[in-house]
Design a protein around this ligand. Structure first.
Ligand code: MG
Length: 243
């Protein structure tokens, strides 16, 4: 009986091998025609791609408000807007989650010795990508331009000198939380600064804190926020794509 079982198993094995040999892969077996990606027309020069939400096109702050919901009182002039010291942080009226963000910023040319060029891009109002005059001013490595403030330092310092426009191109993946509010998947961020990769799929550890360790507090979609740190940092050409 045992001998017949072994023969049967061998026959089955041989049959499977024969069946496998009969299948011949063709190019079309791995060519998928369904679910074509949507068409997006790339922007020319500094113009945004066709599916982007334009958050500032040089004209007004209609997409923005004070972080308390009041009027955004930063100064719009010459195609850009600038922090007004003491006017407070501003944030978008729209809410965002995971996104691609393009934002250009400039520290005043006369900044040397008169300010630190400190501002910041707060993803979802909570996680600060630092803006700072790291061309001139030494600071702790996880606190200068391109850092996730007090959490992660940039791979390199790609700063231009004050007075020159700089660019952050950001890919941001929002954190995910369980029903009890605990973080399941932390936020992640990739940043290209002036064409140079400075953060590569970096994990964000939680809310930005000046004192103490970062920690997550559950949230959904939230505004993008720009920091008034008292320095006259300017912004222009801001657009965002939902991911
Ligand atoms: Mg800052």
């Amino acid at each position: 009986m045992k001998k017949y079982c072994i023969i049967l198993i061998l026959l089955c094995f041989a049959g499977n091998l024969a069946a496998q040999r009969e299948f011949v892969w063709k190019p079309e077996h791995t060519e998928y025609w369904n679910n074509q990606p949507p068409v997006v027309t790339p922007g020319e020069g500094v113009k945004p791609p066709s599916d982007a939400i334009v958050l500032f096109d040089g004209k007004d702050l209609s997409e923005w408000q004070h972080a308390d919901g009041g009027e955004a009182k930063w100064k719009v002039e010459n195609g850009c807007f600038t922090v007004v010291k003491g006017a407070g942080d501003i944030q978008t009226k729209r809410m965002f989650g995971s996104c691609q963000l393009h934002i250009e910023w400039r520290i005043p040319a006369q900044n040397n010795g008169q300010g630190q060029g400190n501002s910041g891009v707060y993803l979802q109002s909570r996680y600060e990508l630092q803006i700072f005059d790291s061309y001139n001013i030494p600071l702790y490595s996880n606190g200068g331009a391109g850092s996730i403030y007090k959490q992660a330092q940039p791979l390199v310092n790609a700063c231009r000198k004050p007075g020159e426009w700089q660019v952050y191109d950001i890919i941001y993946t929002a954190p995910e939380f369980c029903g009890k509010g605990e973080v399941i998947t932390p936020a992640r961020i990739t940043v290209i600064h002036n064409g140079v990769l400075i953060l590569n799929n970096t994990t964000i550890k939680g809310n930005t804190e000046y004192i103490g360790m970062p920690a997550y507090r559950a949230h959904g979609r939230l505004p993008l926020l720009l920091q008034d740190h008292g320095d006259l940092v300017s912004f222009r050409n801001i657009w965002i794509r939902d991911l």
